[in-house]
Design a protein around this ligand. Structure first.
Ligand code: ADE
Length: 417
């Protein structure tokens, strides 16, 4: 359905979407404060902002905040299963151009991203790199107005750095994912909570006493493992990095290879950003009833095609749960088609967490607008922006912290004994 300039599933879903956005707005005080502080300045006046992000309520509030600060905004979802149609409908009615719906086919997904590219954004927010990548593939003309953009995820930054190494990246991209107020909270506590939200909603099974295998012990894996411990699971970690493997050991996890873990694990969660982490040889040795979920950006971590090919039959066991039956009768349950379980099977990270991530996005775009001559490449988000977001959040929570005295500051600057 086209509503104005937007392409959404059903405009009549808007009231439910408005309710969801109203709820998250109440829990995102940092964005509210940025609206207050920057409202008069209108830092995005006359600027078009193109967004490719998981289109759920927090993202809608980000888009509305940018619009409030002067931007014209066009948005698409960054995963075919993460768009919530009611939120998309509400957002489209609030003056933001939306091209997205839940369950988009690969062709529809590409077409939605293309429409946002053709909006000719000055500023971009990307999550996973699809918008930036498509804009470069489509050629020079779409890039003409771009000042720069900001990337939300580890996977997106990997792709951007690869583009830059190949001398292909044509504009500056701010590495929001690498900011402290992003990965320390969003990747760790956000993923840690929302992944379990997705697993619990879809399975309704107990976690206590189960063996949970977490593939990858980056910030996302650490968060997922932390919460698995809290739920009473026995946690096994698989890693390729010896330092991360040692961290997992000291955090009280078992560490082994996926070849080994596949035999005993009951719930498997991939958080690596890499492909084929759980493959055919692993499915073949899994116990009956093993549950698989992916928390990485792309649906490549679990070899879903391989699972399908080696299975005699598959069926929907519950909404969001596909049962695959091996020739030996063993059953494997895949959640959310192997797509990001926290967004395909739940609502993504909690509002309070996305509040910090999205505040960084806004400040990163403001920085780009104020520094239009930044060189093409991947740029760190300044420490000042991290500190600003952290300070606003503490103020909103009513939390005070100590300040260094002059003597203490002098002490920290001196080298004499
Ligand atoms: N909501 C919007 N974007 C998200 C992301 N990247 N991860 C989790 N939840 C989100």
């Amino acid at each position: 359905m086209s509503a104005g300039d937007s392409t959404i599933r059903d405009a009549q879903l808007a009231p439910a979407g408005r309710q969801k956005i109203a709820w998250v707005r109440e829990h995102m005080p940092v964005l509210a404060e940025l609206q207050n502080e920057l409202g008069n300045e209108q830092p995005f006046a006359d600027l078009r902002v193109g967004i490719c992000l998981h289109l759920e309520a927090k993202t809608a509030y980000l888009a509305q905040t940018l619009a409030q600060l002067g931007a014209q905004v066009a948005i698409t979802g960054s995963n075919p299963l993460s768009t919530q149609d009611d939120v998309a409908a509400a957002l489209a009615q609030s003056g933001v151009t939306v091209h997205s719906w839940h369950g988009a086919t690969p062709e529809e997904y590409d077409d939605f991203v293309r429409r946002v590219a053709e909006f000719r954004p000055h500023l971009i927010i990307d999550d996973g790199g699809d918008l930036v990548s498509l804009m470069h593939e489509r050629g020079e003309s779409l890039l003409e107005d771009v000042i720069g953009g900001a990337e939300e995820t580890t996977t997106g930054l990997l792709r951007l750095r690869a583009m830059h190494r190949a001398a292909e990246l044509q504009f500056p991209m701010m590495a929001v994912n690498d900011a402290l107020c992003k990965y320390l909270f969003d990747n760790r506590y956000g993923t840690g909570q929302s992944v379990w939200d997705g697993i619990l909603r879809t399975t309704n099974l107990v976690i206590a006493g189960k063996e949970v295998v977490v593939a990858g012990y980056g910030w996302c894996g650490k968060g997922v493992a932390l919460r698995a411990h809290g739920l009473g699971a026995r946690v096994t970690v698989t890693e390729v990095d010896p330092v991360a493997a040692n961290e997992a050991l000291m955090d009280g996890c078992e560490v082994t290879t996926m070849d080994e873990a596949a035999r005993s694990g009951e719930i498997f969660i991939t958080t690596t950003g890499c492909r084929d982490v759980i493959a055919r040889r692993h499915f073949a040795r899994m116990r009956d009833g093993a549950i698989l979920a992916n928390a990485g950006h792309f649906n490549v971590e679990i070899d879903v095609q391989g699972l399908q090919d080696m299975s005699e039959e598959s069926r929907e066991a519950r909404p969001g749960v596909t049962e695959y039956r091996r020739p030996d009768g063993g059953r494997i349950y895949l959640l959310g088609e192997g797509r990001l379980v926290n967004l395909a099977c739940a609502d993504g990270h909690p509002a309070e967490i996305m509040d910090m991530s999205f505040a960084l996005q806004i400040l990163a775009l403001k920085y780009l607008a104020e520094n239009p001559d930044l060189a093409p490449g991947v740029h760190p988000v300044g420490d000042d922006l991290d500190r600003a977001v952290a300070a606003i959040r503490l103020r909103a929570l009513g939390v005070d912290i100590d300040r260094l005295s002059t003597d203490q500051q002098d002490y920290l600057q001196s080298w004499r004994m």
